[in-house]
Design a protein around this ligand. Sequence first.
Ligand code: TXE
Length: 498
Amino acid sequence: IPAFDGHDILPETRAFLAQSHRLLIDGAWVDGSDVLTTRDPATGLPLCEVAIGGADEIDRAVAAARRAFDGPWSRLTAAERTALLHRFARAIEANGGLLAELDILDNGMPRFIAELTVANAVEMVDYYAGAILRIEGTTTAPPRHVSAEGEALTYTLREPVGVAGLIVPWNVPFSTFLLKAAPALAAGCTIVVKPSEETPLSALLMGQLLLDSGFPPGVVNIVNGYGAAAGARLAEHPDVDKISFTGSTATGRRIVQAATGNLKKVSLELGGKSAVVVLADADLDRAIPGVAMATFFLQGQNCMAGTRIFAADAIHDRLVEGLAAFARGLTLGHGLDPATTQGPIISDAQAAKVMGYIDAGRAAGASLVTGGVRLDRPGNFIPPTIFTDATPDMSIVREEIFGPVMTVQRLTTDDLDAIARLANDSPFGLSGSVWTTSLSAAHKLATRIRSGHVSINTHGAVGTNIPFGGYGQSGWGREFGREGIDAYLETKAVTARL
Ligand code: TXE
């Protein structure tokens, strides 16, 4: 086990890394068909080996999930499911330090983000445990031809969709795992989870905690593996009823195509290129750190990242100056170091992709204000990068970079409809924010911006009970909140002649 840049880790993290890591199928840890080595992106050094599976292991996991769905899991009462999920939330709480360190090591995220996601995860699992008792149908007037014959009754039942395949990315690993697993289990589905090959570790701990909490065998199955093998098989599997996927728009399209065989239900949370509008009357003392972190939070590896900044002419130069000073003040380093505010990019390949965009921005004529070079040190470090003089046709403005790259465009109008048109000039529509002290301008823009979430004088202000998802090519459906559990429920209408 490497020295993590001189930072110490908890004894339980050290013990976890030293264990053998297998696949969770039908309540047991089993061998895979191969292994992969997962690495610390801050050092490039190996962390440990984990077993991975392909189509065969996915088939076994789906069969186990189907047996559990048809068997013991469906016989549990709502109260029993609620108790299991609350017990799981307590297990997450008790293992919070280990969980945070696994994602810091595997993903590179700074400690303050890992700790935030642990707290949010506990809240989310408790929320969905409570939501089980709020799964409700309706009563409605029976059809005319039935009620004409005498007394009758029509009501609706909410039923679990069945076996759900959950395909998880690497940017917030255990948090995204739970964002899917908690509502799926609350709804009464059984699950097969395919974590990202970049970040396989925290999902394995989740599996152990779910087993320890008493979930019956087969209810939760975890198959680490590559997207093209394990992920693709899960997406096309004829006995999977639902896929929930978070990742790139390109892979989202492949998943939709794979799902057409049995027309499984599909939820997609895909890429973004969110607009951040700073009007002339914005409180810049608040806007500068807020706008900077809209882009640079999690090194920009964040689907909600606000990377297209529109700055009113009157404040453009002061805003850019403030953003550049803030960006230069961020501390790059290992996520374990409490002083770190910016970790590494997940992989060498992803860092190369980010650098490709930076080079393209320069070549297209955007002005580099700060950043723009990969650091000459181990790990995949790219400092916060800001471009001004960006124009709507540039690839750095049009495409999701998923790195710490901000583009600033100067607004030459104060007409809100015109500003909204600029903000909406994107195939994506996931998040966005408006910075102003005008109540009317803020809410007018919030209604005109076409995206699943808009923040006012803050950015990415999502939470457990707030529905989140995309317009346009940012995806299908919503996660979090009530809509998060609806995504795993079918509605059945029953009419009874009495
Ligand atoms: O994503 P992929 P990658 C975006 C971001 C990033 C880009 C590429 O722009 O630069 O995607 O990242 C699994 N069938 N986001 O290549 O491929 C894969 O194993 C089924 C946005 O890592 O989408 C992993 O578990 N599954 C984002 C998951 O899909 C497949 C989060 C995501 O990988 C598959 C991450 C296939 N054919 C990246 N191919 C967000 N919205 O937050 C891959 N996978």
